[in-house]
Design a protein around this ligand. Structure first.
Ligand SMILES: Nc1nc2c(ncn2[C@@H]2O[C@H](COP(=O)(O)OP(=O)(O)OP(=O)(O)O)[C@@H](O)[C@H]2O)c(=O)[nH]1
Ligand SMILES: [Mg+2]
Length: 309
């Protein structure tokens, strides 16, 4: 029952120097905006809070303004308020502003210290962002250099991601943050695994509506012929089509290729399911498509009720 307020809550911080791309990431991944090249930069004043419900957990995402005066306040007089009860910290660093890297490191170290003090159980993610601006040949090297620099003297484990809003990398990385902060992977993955085993699906993924994957593709299923980028393209196309239709709250779509039957199901709790079934296997099992479709619908109701508990 979606009118019930979710009980579980979780706090996520997004922090980093001014203009590193924090608010843009939120616009693209949380609000579903299409990223534009040469978008004008508008500084975040103080901080902004965004709510996002993932699998029954309400995430409060703090987009913290990155100008020096703000960063000094967040890590200084406001540090207890900002850093208490944090489940995940996302530190965003601009990959090409190399002359700023030591300032970024200064605030990263300070934030880690405050986290250690107020939220020692939290998980730290570092997004090495705007990788679209690094020449292709240099990407790996620049990535490693920044990573090594930022890890120097840090004992806490940090998860690093190379990201840009112009590819699915940002959706993957935020998917990891969502999964960690909401606990969704633990609840959703076993269900998904059982379902694909019983129904011979060869592809399966749970996404947020904007396209951030909550379950790990590699371990859940075998994506031999289709990459996450392709799934994402397909997914976006479906979202566009659905946006044009009347009923956007809980809907689904079935598509067939020569080899596969694809089903996408949008749930009214903000998640979307994606499945691919090889036709060959369906024929072997004597499984007609309408029956398969009904099973997906039944599975999605099960998933909805579980994530709203
Ligand atoms: N090339 C490129 N530009 C990006 C990317 N992400 C964000 N930008 C641009 O970077 C600039 C800064 O974006 P914001 O997201 O407003 O920066 P911010 O980190 O929120 O800045 P503060 O609010 O001052 O802390 C904007 O012009 C964005 O369009 C990216 O992945 N690649
Ligand atoms: Mg901002």
């Amino acid at each position: 029952m979606s009118y019930l307020k979710p009980k579980k809550t979780s706090k996520v911080l997004i922090l980093g120097l001014a203009e590193s791309g924090k608010s843009t990431i939120i616009k693209v991944v949380i609000e579903g905006e299409i990223p534009k090249k040469n978008e004008r930069y508008e500084a975040t004043i103080d901080y902004q809070r965004k709510q996002k419900v993932i699998a029954g957990t309400e995430l409060t995402i703090f987009d913290l303004g990155g100008q020096t005066a703000f960063l000094d306040r967040f890590t200084g007089e406001l540090s207890e308020f900002i850093f208490s009860g944090v489940k995940a910290l996302v530190f965003v660093v601009d990959s090409i502003e190399i002359q700023q890297i030591s300032r970024a490191k200064y605030y990263l170290d300070l934030s880690l210290k405050k986290l250690e003090q107020y939220s020692p159980e939290s998980t730290v993610f570092v997004f090495q962002h705007k990788t679209d601006l690094i020449p292709k040949k240099l990407k790996a090297e620049v990535g490693t250099t920044i990573r090594e620099y930022l890890t120097t003297g840090v004992s806490k484990h940090m998860k690093f991601y190379l990201t840009t809003v112009f590819s699915d990398t940002i959706f993957r990385a935020m998917g990891e943050v969502y999964a960690e902060a909401s606990g969704a992977r633990k609840t959703l993955r076993p269900l998904l695994e059982t379902f694909i085993r019983h129904n011979s699906a060869s592809m399966a993924q749970i996404f947020t509506r904007e396209g951030a994957p909550l379950t790990k593709v590699e371990n859940v299923s075998n994506f031999d012929h289709i990459s996450l980028t392709e799934v994402k393209e397909f997914f976006d196309a479906v979202v566009k089509r659905l946006a044009a239709s009347e009923n956007q709250t809980s809907t689904s779509m079935l598509l067939e290729s020569d080899e596969h039957v694809f089903i996408i199901r949008f749930l009214d709790n903000g998640l979307a399911l994606f499945f691919g079934f090889p036709k060959k296997r369906l024929r072997e099992r004597n499984e007609p498509v309408p029956s398969l479709y009904n099973k997906v619908l039944a599975f999605s109701s099960q998933l909805t009720s579980i994530t709203e508990r």
